[in-house]
Design a protein around this ligand. Structure first.
Ligand code: ADP
Ligand code: MG
Length: 904
């Protein structure tokens, strides 16, 4: 038997037990042996029965001499009276009581020997123990396992009792060679090998031994983790990227033209990046810095280094708004340098390249609407070069039973019983379709007919990856479902009806080629006219394409860009001779990764807001050859221990200094009853020309927005702040409107934005100097810090008001941290202490093995030790070739299921 033996193979474990264990994810010997105790009870001795109350719980062994069950109304009390086995004149019996525990009376009976663990209290003349931990002893071997020792208590497991579990583990430890599980540690970790550690952690002989053995095992876990990280790192640096050798003229020019000088921290970080870029091995660097510390400037300079060396650079942001903002900024700063920049997001394709898909569409309809198609509406699309799935996927009236990532589908949904949708209802439907656009799917075209709808969409990956870090896509079924219920809800509300609106959907197309796409696209756009619902010259307002969105969008092309684009349209992109017209810098959302359209020569990819971006996505990026250099940026400061794990495979650069001349942010704590003070202050600031954010903690994306509550909130604020113009922003505002709202705020037309947390982290509006956060206690410290980072971006002193209705000391202490410091790293550390890593940890995204014993927070010192030992090991022997290092190879190979190429 070894550690990987399946428990089923062990005949002495009864079948029902293995089944129960399997449900808990315990299938192999290894799993059971690393099902570590949650805590221990000192059951070393059974003292004689106490004569009085005890302060600490005691462990006693006695015989059951009497039991009884009493009922008081609905309450049941079960009592068992214990007597010392060798009772003598002075012995006092002990009464154990259990309230409302139905099973206990079935377990305990007169005549049994019982071991109990609990605190003894005096009740009148009797000594009682309420709800003791108890175990019935059947033979003396049992005593050996469960008592007269420091006894392990395991995490609760359904269907397997403590005692059964303990017995199984005990027997298993006798049979298996536990030395196999011992992780070899380098001498520098100072903790000598302990081949018996696994046994001792379950059944330690003393507290001292337990402490040592735990440290040993935790180090083992951490060391293994760090070895895997280091190996990934070594593997990466063994790959071939391109050297970006430049004099750095462009970057210098750019920096010289900035209205400010770089901070020392920015300069230092830029040098680190420059150094990496010049190496042949691909860069893998994390740039962390607080919101507003000036990461973008550094990123731009880095991209210019790549551009000057003749490569393309890409800048990816997590959202459309941020991508647009970056694009505008880059145009502003880099146009004078003559850099060709392109924006590529689902909604806009803006640069000198024109996707030729619809340019030649032969449309003879005279409708103004339809002729717009000729303008070159170009959904971004992705087809594999070769269609790998020639089998017909064309099926009617059924959703495709298998789906491909990044596939495009044409769907039709009819109303129930051909119910006719009123014009208003049609608008609701169209809005619903647009609502999830860029959140869950890309919508290419949609048309709401009186009794059915057609649309063409491409599902997007969800925010979360699966366990192994692969992107998970929204399924068509989920999408159609939410679409139906979302719009039905809207229509019912509008028309004061109830019940279902929609009938069955027809899945009519899995789009397999440009021709399919074009055909379906045109079909949708022409449908109302072809079907005779609209006259040829008439407009039909419920037809939508992305072009409409960008026309409505606040981010309209400015005149200059349009002219440039108009000229550029003439250029043939596909011609390889035209390399010098390729964009040098491409800005987009993370969806850029999945579109094989654009990069001709990607040298550097900059990823903004790394925390929204999983390891798998990064891997996707670096899968291409030659491997581009990667710079990921995050404004979410994370504690140092976590940097060593989550981002352990990245080099880390930190901007730990704020630009000079930046207005200070003063943070005030306020209880709800003093809100008036803040309002007076707010009005003063608005009068002085500043702008404000009011943030309230309604809803995360999944929670349903109570639109009424938001509207009420908004009305109230409008009254408080009138006549200054306020606007409301929340998760249900459709993206184009959201952009328009942000644009009005940016332009200063709107003075106060009442908003949920939907405003993106990087939004940069220097004139906004006040932020008021309602129910601040509901946010985590780091989140509050992030929110606060949206002010303090100009020269004026900014103020952040944290309003809380919760006056408890815990809340106050927590919030007071923000009053004291604006250092994101300090806050992250405190936040971590206060509430544990939570989602911050994102181990699912890190792709690292789960820790079973080690606690990143409690054992931070051990993690540092493990990290240092690993770094040293790889530094001296990157291939693990030395004989004395052979024993470490298994640690790396195991996880990957294959040897790293450079190690062999
Ligand atoms: P981050 O992305 O780190 O949150 P940004 O790069 O958006 O920060 O910078 C925030 C603001 O600070 C921008 O308006 C930027 O122009 C400005 N800025 C950047 N570096 C400096 C500097 N060294 N001195 C003054 N202002 C700076
Ligand atoms: Mg930023």
């Amino acid at each position: 038997m070894d550690l990987d033996t399946a428990l089923e193979e062990l005949s002495w474990i009864p079948r029902p037990r293995t089944l129960a264990l399997r449900r808990l994810g315990i299938a192999r010997v290894r799993h059971l042996l690393t099902h570590y105790p949650r805590r221990y009870e000192n059951r070393l001795e059974f003292p004689s029965f106490p004569r009085d109350e005890t302060v600490d719980p005691v462990c006693l062994c006695g015989d059951v001499v009497k039991t009884r069950l009493m009922r008081f109304g609905g309450r049941k009390i079960f009592e068992a009276v214990l007597e010392e086995s060798s009772a003598h004149a002075l012995s006092q019996p002990l009464t154990c009581r259990w309230f409302n525990l139905h099973y206990i009376q079935k377990i305990i009976a007169t005549g049994q020997r019982l071991i109990i663990f609990g605190r003894v209290k005096r009740k009148g003349l009797r000594l009682v123990v309420d709800h003791p931990e108890c175990e019935v002893i059947e033979n003396d071997e049992e005593i050996l396992i469960h008592f007269r020792r420091i006894t392990p208590i395991y995490p609760a497991t359904e269907g397997v009792s403590q005692r059964v579990l303990r017995g199984l583990i005990f027997r298993l430890l006798e049979q298996v060679d536990v030395a196999l599980a011992d992780v070899p540690l380098p001498a520098s970790l100072g903790n000598s090998e302990d081949e018996d550690a696994l046994r001792k952690i379950h059944f330690p002989e003393s507290d001292e031994q337990l402490r040592k053995v735990r440290a040993h095992l935790v180090l083992g876990e951490f060391f293994r983790m760090q070895m895997q990280i280091a190996a990934a790192r070594a593997q990466n640096s063994a790959r071939i990227g391109s050297r970006h050798q430049t004099r750095g003229f462009l970057a210098e020019k750019f920096i010289a033209a900035l209205p400010f000088g770089l901070t020392c921290a920015q300069q230092r970080v830029l040098n680190e990046i420059k150094h990496d870029l010049q190496l042949a091995s691909p860069m893998n660097r994390l740039l962390q810095g607080d919101v507003g510390s000036g990461k973008t400037v550094v990123a731009i300079a880095a991209m210019l280094l790549a551009v000057e060396s003749g490569s393309q650079a890409a800048l990816m942001a997590p959202t459309q708004i941020l991508a647009e903002q970056h694009y505008a900024l880059l145009r502003n700063w880099l146009d004078p340098l003559g850099i060709r920049i392109a924006l590529r997001t689902g909604a806009r394709q803006e640069d000198n390249a024109q996707l030729p898909l619809f340019v030649g569409a032969n449309l003879d309809s005279g409708s103004a609407r339809v002729s717009r198609v000729d303008d070159g509406v170009a959904p971004s699309w992705t087809f594999p070069e070769v269609d790998k799935s020639p089998g017909a996927l064309y099926s009617r009236r059924r959703l495709p039973h298998f789906q491909q990532p990044w596939a495009i589908y044409g769907v039709t949904i009819s109303t129930k019983k051909h119910r006719c949708l009123s014009p208003k209802a049609r608008t609701v439907v169209l809005d619903s379709l647009r609502y999830f656009h860029h959140e869950r799917y890309e919508l290419f075209a949609a048309c709401v007919m009186p009794d059915h709808i057609h649309f063409l969409l491409q599902p997007w990956p969800k925010d979360r990856n699966d366990d192994v870090g692969n992107a998970v896509f929204w399924s068509l079924k989920e999408l159609v479902h939410s679409l139906k219920s979302f719009s039905a809800h809207g229509i019912n509300k509008l028309e004061r009806t109830t019940g279902s609106i929609w009938g069955k959907e027809h899945f009519d197309r899995y789009i397999r080629s440009d021709r399919d796409l074009k055909e379906k696209f045109n079909y949708i756009l022409r449908n109302p006219w072809e079907a005779g619902v609209a006259k040829q010259e008439e407009d039909y307002p419920w037809v939508w394409t992305q072009e409409d969105a960008s026309r409505e969008s606040a981010f309209r092309r400015d005149a200059e860009t349009s002219t440039r684009d108009a000229c550029a349209t003439q250029i043939e992109v596909s011609s390889p001779a035209r390399v010098d017209t390729d964009p040098q810098i491409i800005v987009g959302t993370h969806a850029l990764l999945y579109q094989n359209v654009m990069f001709s020569n990607l040298g550097l990819a900059v990823i903004d807001e790394q925390h929204k971006f999983g390891v798998a996505q990064r891997a996707k990026l670096t899968a291409r050859e030659p491997v581009p250099d990667v710079l990921v940026m995050t404004a979410t400061p994370i504690p140092r221990t976590l940097t060593m794990t989550i981002y352990g495979d990245l080099e880390v650069s930190t901007i730990d200094e704020m630009p000079r001349g930046r207005g200070e942010i003063i943070t005030h704590l306020l209880t709800t009853d003093k809100l008036g003070e803040a309002i007076t202050f707010l009005r003063q600031e608005l009068t002085a020309g500043r702008q404000a954010y009011i943030i309230y903690p309604l809803i995360d994306e999944t929670e349903k927005l109570d639109a009424k509550a938001a509207a009420k909130e908004f009305e109230q604020w409008q009254e408080r702040l009138g006549p200054f113009r306020c606007e409301l922003l929340h998760g249900r505002v459709v993206p184009p409107d959201k952009q328009a709202i942000m644009q009005r705020f940016r332009a200063g037309e709107t003075r106060a934005l009442i908003s949920t947390t939907v405003i993106e982290v990087g939004v940069d509006i220097p004139n906004a100097t006040v932020m008021l956060i309602e129910n601040a206690e509901r946010f985590g410290l780091s989140q509050l810090h992030q929110l606060r980072g949206r002010i303090g971006r100009g020269a004026h002193t900014s103020h952040c008001w944290l309003v809380s209705s919760d006056k408890t000391p815990e809340t106050m202490t927590k919030l007071a941290v923000l009053e004291k410091t604006t250092n994101g790293f300090e806050i992250a550390e405190t936040d971590w202490e206060l509430r544990g890593p939570g989602d911050l940890l994102g181990t699912a995204q890190s792709g690292l093995p789960e820790l079973k014993l080690g606690d990143l927070r409690r054992d931070a010192a051990l993690m540092r030790k493990a990290r240092q030992a690993t770094l040293k090991l790889f530094e001296n022997d990157p291939g693990l070739d030395r004989p004395e290092n052979q024993r470490f190879r298994d640690l790396i190979v195991e996880r990957q299921g294959q040897t790293f190429s450079h190690v062999s």
